[in-house]
Design a protein around this ligand. Sequence first.
Ligand code: GDP
Ligand code: MN
Length: 380
Amino acid sequence: MDLFEYQGKQFFASFDIPVSPGDVATTVDDAVAVAERLADYPVVVKAQVQVGGRGKAGGIKLAADADEVRRHAGDILGMDIKGHTVERVWVEKASDIAEEYYASFTLDRSAKQHLGMLSAEGGVEIETVAVDNPDAIAKIWIDPVVGLSEDVARQWVADAKLDDAATEGAVDILLKLYRAYTEGDADLVEINPLILTPEGKVHALDAKVTLDGNAEFRHDWDGFEATQERDEREEAAHDRGLQYVGLDGTVGVIANGAGLAMSTVDVVNQVGGSPANFLDIGGGANAEVMAGALEVINNDPKVRSIFINIFGGITRGEEVANGIVSALGRVQIDSPIVIRLDGTNAEEGRTILAEHESDSLISKPTMLEAARAAVELANR
Ligand code: GDP
Ligand code: MN
């Protein structure tokens, strides 16, 4: 779950990370009211969209008085930034900036550790720094069991060559940021820029946070959940409790298990097709779940064929096959379906499917053959 900057700052503030005082507004009048409440000009008016480079796009403006807030908020609200319409602005007290740094934590899946990145070259996009000046990014890998100690954080700050005046503030924020990342169940926390003010204070001027949706049950994230930006397909899938990510292709994909769903997306690409989505129906491939998944995919106008890739584990092949057949009796599907069923009792399952085979319901014994058939149907 991706947060807007203002939500990221609320999240940071709850872990005691210093951010500028401010508030969110959806109208020009509200933006002016926020600024007047802050009563501490200049303020910054910032477009709230889940995309970087807002500054360059004209979505971040300093305002010296209420009239300027009115003008800037008027310009920014409704603005299009890289395909995202600005519906909210965040108005905060402006900061004086001496230095701009970069700090983040994310998961390095291949290393099975947390990855911290820190750089004295903040403000610009980190991808640019990584390409032009990779040595300017100090990286540390953190064993989640060991965690991040103050000593390690201090050495890290030294390695990143932050200014001496920033050391104490940076160490403090990095320890808090690590706590926010782990205890807050985030997949990514990023501060760019992390600033040093002329007075020697370090604080977060921007916030990019991705929360781990699987941890939602142990947090109160209703406020964040309410503003999630989903396309229609993703909304429909979310309502049915399905793990779905919309893509741009023509082959609808249904698989059980996230790993298999990803492999299915890969194999569709490999044989020259383009997946319309990622959809993991989870462990129990019963009729109810399958019908919901088929409905979601069927409502995607780009879909030309559907590839159902199921590996029976605890759910046996005949249950899966019966689930599919029963789901097809419930929903009218416009595109031909190719099924690969394997695993526990696959033979029994295939026998059931064979009774229902037609031009629009085809069973294939392997993942590769099924992918080829689905792609061929989509390209026809
Ligand atoms: P992004 O462009 O979407 O990453 O938005 P940021 O929030 O990172 O802001 C972009 C840039 O605007 C920063 O790197 C700063 O240079 C500038 N900026 C943002 N807030 C302030 C502020 O309070 N004071 C000043 N002087 N500049 C700011
Ligand atoms: Mn930024």
